[in-house]
Design a protein around this ligand. Structure first.
Ligand SMILES: Nc1nc2c(ncn2[C@@H]2O[C@H](COP(=O)(O)OP(=O)(O)OP(=O)(O)O)[C@@H](O)[C@H]2O)c(=O)[nH]1
Length: 448
């Protein structure tokens, strides 16, 4: 899972400071020392780390007192804020031209995921903004590049503009924009040539394309797995082109996080999209605040809920959120959720967005093995309504009855009860509620 060791280390550090009723300057220094090491180990650019630590230190030591947070929590909030800021603060939206077509050019090194991202982005603008994109094959050097884009075009049922391998890329893009106007394509997505390394010839060509079509967006596609290297590449590109944003790819791999955390500071350009897989729908707008929460082990509950909303009807998603918030989630809801959640995608991917999930090694405690679902359903159906509402009343004799009724064993029943308990614990953590009395949580920090 991406960011795993960074997340582990930061959470270890926070554990020490969270409950503190008083945080001394020495505590802050100790904490920032640990954060510094964790970031360096995650391959974050050293200069970026230095600035980051200085800001955290300054704010954490000199901060005003917020009544609703303990001093330990305040310090953690400072880190969360600064981490969000480091990745760009506000989410940066796609810039669509007021006068179509919107021209989007993708640049980057070979293998970064440029061509794939082109297809994903085309898919995204069609779905989200109801656009009618034209894909443009301007990589005439890599033999299979045009073909690859044409294959993507076929999968998406979208036209691809190409003049073959012998044409000049500048002619290709200029003609493609004319064609887009004629045929009412409101978004033009240009796939440019990549090289293994930054080289002069490539940069000049990209600059010529840029001058010819004046793109509304020029996205640098960066492979998150390449860490520091990615940042150096980003620097070279941003020196020569008017980049407007970054698409960070391969966030589904076990990247240490360096590129995600440094690229904004180094290029001045925000990460606008994150790609999390090879499939054509694996592209999401990048939200710095959610990513910061995720790195800090607070989970990405909003993305989880959005994902849920895409796949189940909105009312159900709202109900689910409310139930989690008020802790009135019962076994009946659990049963319903199992069905819904299975529609949403691979369980391990969903679980990785849950707060604290990275701490549950292998996530064994809450893993819902698809094969066991039948058992789980049978067990829940063998419970009385009272038991489903208040599982704490399930004593040894009730367990025996449930096991018999569902054709499972007492161990199976115990396991499910434990899973349910763990799940509720996690919900409590992520929603910040305590059973019975509701605490005010102005910053919506799940660890409160
Ligand atoms: N796991 C994962 N793989 C990705 C992602 N994005 C791209 N890939 C894979 O990375 C490889 C390279 O992607 P391409 O799109 O061909 O790379 P490119 O940057 O266009 O390369 P050139 O056209 O040679 O410049 C392909 O095998 C993609 O399937 C991602 O977000 N996650």
């Amino acid at each position: 899972m991406a960011f795993e060791s960074l997340a582990d280390r930061l959470q270890e550090t926070f554990k020490k400071i969270r409950g503190k009723g008083k945080v001394s300057e020495a505590d802050v220094k100790q904490m920032t020392r640990e954060i510094r090491l964790a970031l360096l180990e995650a391959d974050v650019n050293f200069k970026v780390v230095k600035d980051f630590i200085n800001r955290v230190k300054e704010r954490a030591i000199g901060q005003e007192v917020l009544k609703s947070l303990t001093p330990g929590q305040q310090v953690i909030k400072v880190v969360q804020d600064e981490l969000t800021e480091l990745m760009g603060g506000e989410q940066s939206k796609l810039n669509l031209a007021s006068k179509p077509p919107t021209v989007i050019m993708l640049v980057g090194l070979q293998g970064a995921g440029k061509t794939t991202s082109n297809g994903k982005l085309a898919n995204y603008v069609r779905k989200q903004f109801n656009k009618n994109p034209l894909l443009v094959a301007a990589d005439v050097y890599r033999p299979a590049a045009i073909k690859q884009l044409q294959t993507l075009g076929k999968q998406l049922n979208m036209p691809v503009f190409s003049l073959g391998e012998d044409a000049d890329p500048v002619d290709i893009v200029a003609q493609s924009v004319e064609k887009a106007k004629e045929e009412h394509h409101d978004v033009v997505l240009i796939d440019t040539a990549g090289r293994l390394h930054v080289d002069e010839e490539m940069m000049e060509e990209l600059q010529r394309i840029e001058a010819a079509v004046k793109p509304d967006e020029t996205f640098l596609v960066v492979d998150a797995m390449t860490g520091q290297d990615a940042v150096n590449v980003a620097e070279s590109f941003s020196e020569r082109l008017n980049l407007t944003g970054v698409i960070l790819t391969k966030l589904d791999g076990d990247t240490r996080g360096g590129a995600a955390l440094s690229v904004k500071a180094v290029t001045g350009q925000p990460i606008k999209f994150a790609a999390t897989g090879e499939k054509l729908d694996a592209l999401e707008p990048f939200h710095p605040d959610r990513m910061a929460s995720r790195i800090l082990g607070m989970g990405d509950v909003l993305t989880l809920i959005e994902k849920a909303q895409q796949d189940m009807d909105e009312q159900k998603a709202k109900d689910m959120e409310k139930k989690m918030r008020t802790m009135s989630f019962t076994f009946d809801d659990f049963l319903e959720q199992i069905g819904q959640v299975r529609k949403m995608g691979p369980l391990d991917e969903l679980l990785s967005m849950m707060p604290g999930a990275n701490k549950l090694k292998g996530m064994k405690n809450i893993q819902i093995d698809d094969k066991q679902i039948g058992h789980v359903e049978a067990i829940i159906r063998s419970m009385t309504s009272e038991e489903k509402e208040e599982p704490d009343i399930i004593n040894a004799s009730r367990k025996r009855r449930i096991a018999n009724g569902s054709g499972t064993s007492i161990q199976d029943v115990n396991r499910l009860l434990k899973q349910f308990k763990d799940m509720k614990k996690m919900m409590k953590q992520m929603m910040g509620g305590t059973k019975g009395k509701k605490k005010k949580n102005p910053f919506n920090l799940p660890f409160m």
